[in-house]
Write a protein of this length. Sequence first.
Lengths: 374, 246, 308
Amino acid sequence: MQSSAFMSRKEIIGFVILAALIFVIFPAVLDNFRLNLFGKYLTYAFVAVGLALCWGAGGILSLGQGVFFGLGGYCMAMFLKLEASTPENTAIQSTPGIPDFMDWNQLTELPWWWEPFYSLPIALIAVVAVPVMFAFIIGVAMFTRRVGGVYFAIITQAFAAIMTILIIGQQGYTGGVNGITDLRTLLGWDIRTDEAKTVLYFVNGVLLFAVLLVAQYVRKSKLGRLLIAMRDQEDRVRFSGYNVANFKIFIFCLGAAFAGIGGAMFTLQVGFMSPTLVGIVPSIEMVIFCAVGGRLSILGAVYGALLVNWAKTSLSESFPELWLLGLGGLFIAVVMVFPNGLAGVWSEKIEPRLLEIMGKKKSVAPAPDGAPAE
Amino acid sequence: MDERFILKVEDLTVSFDGFKAVDHLSFYVEPNECRVIIGPNGAGKTTVLDLICGRTKATEGSVVFKGKELLAMREDQIVHAGVGRKFQTPSVYEDLTVFENLELSYPKGHGVFGALAFKRDETVRARIKEIAQTIFLDGQLDEKAAFLSHGQKQWLEIGMLLIQDPELLMLDEPVAGMSVAERKKIAELLNRIIQDRSVIVIEHDMGFVADIATRVTVLHQGKTLSEGTMDRVQNDPKVVEVYLGH
Amino acid sequence: MFADYSMSELGAIFAMQGFAGLILFSVFVLMALGLAIIFGQMGVINMAHGEFMILGAYVTYLTSNLFGDYMPALFGTYFFVAMFLAFLASGALGLFVEWALIRHLYKRPLDTLLATWGLSLILQQIYRSVFGAREVGVTIPDWMMGSLPLTDLIEVPINGIFVMVLAVSISIAVYVMMFRSTWGKQVRAINQNRVMAGAVGINTEWTDRLTFGIGCGVAGVAGSAFTMIGSTGPTAGQLYIVDTFLVVVFGGAGSLLGTIASAFSISQAQSIMEFFLSGSMAKVLTLLVVVGILMIRPQGLFSLKLRK
């Protein structure tokens, strides 16, 4: 009883199955192009895992996660762009040595805030630090003023809108609507080759598991239980002596950090970063990845991201008009028909069946350990 | 003078768009006292508790607890100063087990990183067991709070306060919706825990009030109508007129 | 930057800019009114609000074609018929959506938000399939063309004035409905105490549905009015939704006057800044200021301090 173990047996099995899928089955079954595509889907899983903590456990629905995904991705892209913009490569520009889009926009000098991104360590730190800093500012402003629920959702959505307008409007500094493109090498290592893409896929998988383990630790800690408590009875938590705002800020920042890492891996694997990944529409789509997986479930979030994106790619290849209808229907279905997502379907429908079948052999049914469905 | 009272409420006023729910209210609570606040609906009883524990911000006045001005503090700081509060409708965490409910109220690991590093050691388990026995829920530690009866949820919330070990305990209608037997049990429990702390209780049930009260404050339209022992208050003609009379 | 202009030119620029702000204000008011009813009174987030407006715009487009083809003599008046039809079409869709979707989600506001977003995607795709991906414009009746010269330098377009007049009249109509009609009284009663309202015999279920329907109908009228100053595309509604929500939240949900005041301040701020800065920066700054103020005063500009 009262097991506060890091993972229950069921959860260990869940992690192992996912690891097998990502590290063994996908690379074995998929060709290079598809594997890279799945790597891209998995970068969204970073965001979805963060949302499972913020929204599923904590009840904080952010419609601006694309901002953090984008910030992480842009930090990575800035480094890669600077590396690609050597004076030799850009000799035909009127100002060689600066990124091409700056030259097209009549900039003659690198803006000062681009300078630090010549350094890989700084860029890597920024991938996490910049989104976290933004999340911290927003979080402090909103949560200490007790803005929550739909107001928080709308305001974060406004941030997504602001960010997109800003990036598109300031094209001399950001690459505008096209984003930062034509990224080539990472410390001299060409990231566009098939081989590099496979390596990056595995790096991405390892990072995703690191993030999942952190999320699992948070969920199983007292902080995880506090999040659920705050979602249901915020006042009671406050009058048990907790500063509720600090916990919300923490979890919002953690979600932003996850999203930032996902964004950076997106840039590395796909080779560009643009405002189409930052705005209102991608941000709310990231919520659906989490919802399809089953809001509370961090493993579900990964499956949700994979499944929805896979469906998107296959449907919009063959029936582009169907995709929007399907996605719209998905939003409605996930709210009306299966609010616990895939994880709910699994633990309510499939698992009892499995146990029944297995129970006949083993005769002793494993006791339910009361842990939320995985 | 200062040493005599654990809580000093002076000139406490709050107005909501001109309506004064609490109007220049003053009262003093001694250590180990059980003060019961009674009064008709809308007299401002719950608002007084809300003001003391920081849920509502006062318009003017002061609330001093053990020499500290509470009105300038945040809710969680007030809790750490030693004030515990039970709400009128039982508010427990329905999605968590009884054990987890009590654990979250255990006074340790209240910061973000404290909560991340919090370990369920033997001291914690022992203390939770002890409290669970006190509130008659030791058999249901693994049950989700959602499955408890209304009375059991009331008990659980009281247990969550006890585990905090506050010096001042504020209870808003603790026996509402409880059976006669349960009321007796709560009265016994209160009389036991009063020994080493002060309690403020809001209650309508006069029998229950007589069982527990050291002193009674009668509120009417945000002001003190009468104050003193149960006997004195019950025989105060003003009180009879506005409250006990009907 | 002012050195190139003479005093009178400068005055004219400000007047025109102010007028542009007034048109933007009317647009905001029209968009926000329906939302103020639905979000302010029912607490329901309808992310498909923009698509309800677009439905009104498409209905107007169809009506204009119909009049153009079959009743050219009456063409000057088609707009009023269109506006009425837009109200009916969007309102009817609203009633249906409330019945099918919203009523199951009153206790889950965040889920309502996601479900109505899904609805907006579906509506967008339907518009695209039916009307094509390209934007469509209506033929504006002759009497609405051209502009009124106020002075030598200042000219105001008639369709702009028309939209402003519409915004004012619809605001008054909504005000009368909210504060003078039985329905309005019932809506406000439900907003304050649903159980009690039910207990005194208000049919809360039907009132909710009607409220949602009327809110959507007003959105349809707004969409109809938009055709007078711009063209309509399947995704046009999505562009407005954030602005509209900010207007309503900034004004203080539940306060009609607050919504109008907030629409006024946001639109004026934006159009004045647009003169000094690029359009995108003006927009960014306006949004940032609004969000900043909302952080200081989350309950919005006009709302009462209430006992919990």
